[in-house]
Design a binder for this molecule. Structure first.
Ligand SMILES: Cc1cc2nc3c(=O)[nH]c(=O)nc-3n(C[C@H](O)[C@H](O)[C@H](O)COP(=O)(O)OP(=O)(O)OC[C@H]3O[C@@H](n4cnc5c(N)ncnc54)[C@H](O)[C@@H]3O)c2cc1C
Length: 487
């Protein structure tokens, strides 16, 4: 190529390139415009459909741009920081039905929030619709029938306070701010469970909104399959808006804690199992191993709801073991409920559990070694399951922990990433070291999840739960939970 032809070629090609470039830019601009128009139309239609949806809700609809968004998306376990597209604070059951319908129409994930105490932060989701029941806290008591009707956003404290006004109570959790719906749907262990069974054993009926928007009752007579499933099967089958409980006379109790020194864990845990073997159903007791308390490592909490004249005699074996502190005294049931909690305030944590049929010498040795090596922010909680809760047939409700035994909860809290890594490592290592003694898990206290864990939690009841899921939520709309898929 000559110099002039090369120049001409370059001029042409650069001209061609420039032309091409301009055309290309125009094409890109045009495409971008189409995209932006469509996005705007989409956002516009999204915004319009959101406005239309919000206008049909009796409660409060909270969007990310609103000032109460951040406070409304907080859950108790601060390890979870989720950002939903919309939080629907429901005021009436039809709000729940509309929120379910909207989520399905927009193909958005659904989270259901009661008291917000899920170990896995299941009450909140990223990018989806939160059905928030926390504004529904009313509890009505019919003292003649000894029945309480609670809205599904009521907390343990609301239920206890309302029923105690009449000298009545039912099994609820040991932490006043846990939601009674989440607690009961997963089983519900509490200080009266040895005498009166788990929270789910005291459930008489529930109002449920199904994923197709029907408002139905679940009870022994009405939709008995659903009633069976929601007594332990969690939030897998529908959104509960109200629960009716059987109540029992409970006034003053003998309650408080005994603290024992470090270095005596094996001896003390053996004494604890002997104490339980002779204790009546009215006696509830659980043990906590506390690495954070130098020199005072073991705490036994008791709550006796029987004849108070006999209470001190029953606690004598524990007092004979020379506690360093002893706060056990007669108090109102309400006061007892306010003192025994595992975590007092919202905090980032990891808690999981195993169910052991017995506290054998080897299991006690494993627990002792783990506690000796534990970070100061960790602990082991041993919750005996005995009495009425363990006398129900395993197939009578979905909740399947129906044998005498011990739920061993392994927990730790953190405030920095370094602490988190140490806590998670210790909790997992402790759980793994006790695995050979385990025969189950409690869904409500699982800080992790898998198909295997959910099957382990429900044991022989799992297959029936899958069948009921197929009937009430075949497309697994309610899947942000310890999930039982329909397939
Ligand atoms: C500090 C603390 C103490 C605890 N103490 C106890 C205890 O003493 N005994 C015990 O048994 N458990 C205890 N738990 C575990 C507790 O029972 C579960 O975490 C339970 O799921 C919490 O319910 P929630 O409504 O507060 O939580 P949320 O996070 O609001 O709900 C948890 C899940 O339950 C389901 N759910 C809740 N409400 C509804 C509804 N109305 N309809 C359908 N599904 C629903 C949903 O799947 C939801 O994601 C404790 C937990 C914490 C954090």
């Amino acid at each position: 190529m000559t110099l002039s032809s090369r120049r001409q070629f370059l001029r042409q090609t650069s001209l061609g390139a420039a032309v091409l470039c301009v055309r290309h830019t125009r094409v890109i601009r045009a495409a971008r415009q189409v995209f932006e128009d469509r996005a705007q139309q989409g956002a516009g239609s999204d915004a319009a459909s959101m406005r239309k949806f919000a206008s049909r809700i009796s409660g409060h609809v909270i969007r990310p741009e609103m000032s109460d968004y951040d406070s409304s998306r907080l859950v108790f376990n601060r390890a979870f920081d989720r950002h939903p597209a919309v939080i629907v604070q429901c005021a009436v059951p039809s709000d729940v039905a509309r929120a379910l319908d909207f989520a399905q129409a927009k193909n958005l994930q659904v989270a259901v929030r009661g008291g917000g105490h899920s170990r896995l932060g299941y009450g909140m989701c990223d990018g989806g619709v939160v059905i928030d029941l926390s504004a529904l806290k009313r509890v009505e008591v019919d003292s003649n029938r000894r029945v309480a009707r609670a809205q599904a956003g009521a907390l343990v404290r609301n239920l206890d306070e309302a029923t105690q006004r009449f000298g009545l109570a039912t099994t609820s959790g040991g932490c006043p701010t846990v939601g009674i719906a989440g607690l009961t749907l997963g089983g519900g262990e509490g200080r009266l469970m040895e005498k009166y069974g788990a929270a789910c054993d005291n459930l008489l009926s529930a109002q449920v909104v199904t994923v197709d928007g029907r408002q139905i009752q679940a009870s022994a007579k009405s939709n008995p399959d659903l009633f069976w499933a929601i007594r332990g099967g969690g939030g897998n089958f529908g959104v509960v808006t109200a629960l009716e409980y059987q109540l029992h006379p409970v006034r003053e109790v003998l309650s408080g804690a005994l603290m024992y020194p470090a270095g005596r864990i094996p001896e003390m845990l053996q004494a604890f199992t002997r104490f339980l073997a002779g204790a009546p159903d009215e006696m509830d007791a659980f043990a906590q191993l506390l690495p954070s308390e130098p020199g005072r490592r073991l705490k036994i909490d008791v709550c006796y709801c029987g004849d108070l004249r006999m209470g001190n005699d029953l606690v004598r074996p524990l007092r004979g073991l020379k506690p360093q502190d002893d706060s056990v005294k007669v108090m109102s049931y309400l006061e007892a409920q306010g003192t025994g909690g595992f975590l007092q305030a919202p905090v980032a944590h990891f808690q999981t559990n195993l169910f052991l049929r017995e506290l054998s010498g080897s299991a006690i040795a494993g627990i002792t070694t783990a506690v000796d090596d534990a970070p100061a922010t960790c602990k082991v909680i041993i919750v005996p399951l005995r009495g009425a809760v363990s006398r129900v047939n395993v197939s009578d409700t979905a909740f399947a922990l129906r044998q005498r035994g011990y739920e061993v909860d392994i927990a730790g809290v953190w405030s920095t990433p370094a602490e988190k890594a140490e806590v998670v490592r210790w909790v997992e290592a402790t759980r793994d070291s006790l695995q050979t003694f385990a025969h189950g898990v409690y869904v409500n206290q699982l800080g992790d999840t898998s198909e295997e864990l959910v099957k382990l939690a429900y044991g022989p009841n799992y297959a029936r739960l899958v069948e009921i899921k197929k009937k009430y939520d075949p497309n697994n709309i309610l899947r942000l939970n310890q999930n039982i898929p329909a397939a």
